[in-house]
Design a protein around this ligand. Sequence first.
Ligand SMILES: CC(=O)SCCNC(=O)CCNC(=O)[C@H](O)C(C)(C)COP(=O)(O)OP(=O)(O)OC[C@H]1O[C@@H](n2cnc3c(N)ncnc32)[C@H](O)[C@@H]1OP(=O)(O)O
Ligand SMILES: CC(C)C(=O)C(=O)O
Length: 512
Amino acid sequence: MTVKFFDTTLRDGEQSPGVNLNIKDKLRIAEQLAALNVDVIEAGFPISSEGDFRAVNKIAEEVSGPIIAGLARTKKEDIDRAWEAIKPASRPRIHTFIATSQIHMEHKLRKSPEEVLEESVRAVERAKSYTDDVEFSAEDAVRSDRDFLCELFEAVIEAGATTVNIPDTVGYSVPHEFGGLVAYIRENVSNISEADMSIHCHDDLGLGVANSLAAVEEGAVQIECAVNGIGERAGNAALEEIALALHTRRDYYDKDHSLNLQEVHRTSRLVSNLTGMEVQPNKAVVGENAFAHEAGIHQDGVLKERTTYEIMDAETIGLEENKIVMGKHSGRSAFRQKLSELGYDLDDEKLNDAFLRFKELTDRKKEITNLDLEAIVEGQLVQREQILELKKLQVTTGMGISTTTVHMEYRGEKVLESACSEGGPIDATYEAINKVSGHDCRLLLFKIDAITGGKDALGHVTVKLTKSGIDEREEDVYLGRGVSTDIVNASAIAYINATNRILTEQEREGSS
Ligand SMILES: CC(=O)SCCNC(=O)CCNC(=O)[C@H](O)C(C)(C)COP(=O)(O)OP(=O)(O)OC[C@H]1O[C@@H](n2cnc3c(N)ncnc32)[C@H](O)[C@@H]1OP(=O)(O)O
Ligand SMILES: CC(C)C(=O)C(=O)O
């Protein structure tokens, strides 16, 4: 059996507090969802605003592949508006809903169950006059009277609904119970075989994915979910978690789906970037740490055989590889492997020596980068006491002259210095730092690289300095590195790092 993925990132996902997508962003996400090959894109709630209407309409015009759905209350004007928005789609769906629990009918809708049933049937009939593809949702189904729910589903299927959706609107259910509800509906709605059974689970108790999977086991064929699990309150069941559970545990679920899993990671990143909702590092499947190993025993296992500690392959979701993070829990196996990737093949004695220095550094630094590892091997790691610290940097630059003012701390004291230079803003910055440190350092090397792509690329600056007035010998060269999205900042940090090494050494010499 095949399960269908109904993605509601652009509708319920956009209901996340603080999220507001413009038409361009919605279109980009819809195109990416099409690349992911979801079965249905719920593009929005067209009656809710002119902007949402236009976004749904644009998606219906431009995105091909998936069914394009628009949400509507059971009100006539909602259904008409939804149809206006989605009608350019090659496969348009109207998704109409009304609440069926006593608590919602009585307090929110102020309608009797009979009125709700009548209104549901009327809405489905109206939607059906526009399109063959009509979905009906019984909002708050989990807290609804089961027999009323069955009666209502039977009536809307009779009226032409092709999908009936069972939402856990408030994320109240637990897996065994929710699976039981799906089974109950399957067994007690006489015409259920004429419609797809769908589910829509919220994550208030962190059970959205578990409930969705329990429903699949009981015959739900459509899963409503959102990328990164975003949505109203605690969000919706996360698309990528359900997808990877079905893929990884195919032996258990035995279900097919049409998703292109290679697009999972890209889709997650895009949704996170455009909604501004960060993905927590330990989030299943798409979190930064989902394929990262820091513990030495795990790293050793993974390097010998990946499946010792990985149940999924990073490549499945479109990542290049898993990640070995060098930190205080790492062991020699991973250390050796990392150095070898960086081009260092050390004998056992040197490796042990470097490993000790690496462990020493991990007590001071959470994550050890490749640059740190290089510095360890090159024997250039010095105790990095921050004698000089940059607090603020202000640069004015124009044709022919640049001026820099640095606000720094020198041994805990606030210092402010300025310098001008005809050699550009970096030269002026270095002059100002020299004034603070009292060292007229000589710049032997200045190298700048972009270490990430795009507008927010990080500039990575490497400098080598020597104290003025001495010959340049290997042991008198001090390395400094700096990373920032601002290249003058990165240049200043690198220079200050190298200067700190000079000052630290000077102090050691003075005290010995
Ligand atoms: C569980 C869900 O996620 S459902 C989707 C929730 N999403 C949203 O609400 C986002 C978009 N919503 C909106 O932009 C607005 O709420 C609108 C445009 C839909 C309605 O705005 P307003 O007309 O100002 O109504 P308001 O939001 O204050 O109240 C909702 C009204 O719809 C009624 N209503 C709620 N659900 C339904 C329904 N499914 N069918 C019919 N009527 C409904 C309520 O009873 C209430 O009616 P009342 O004003 O007569 O008391
Ligand atoms: C409209 C329905 C499906 C919904 O979002 C919910 O009940 O949570």
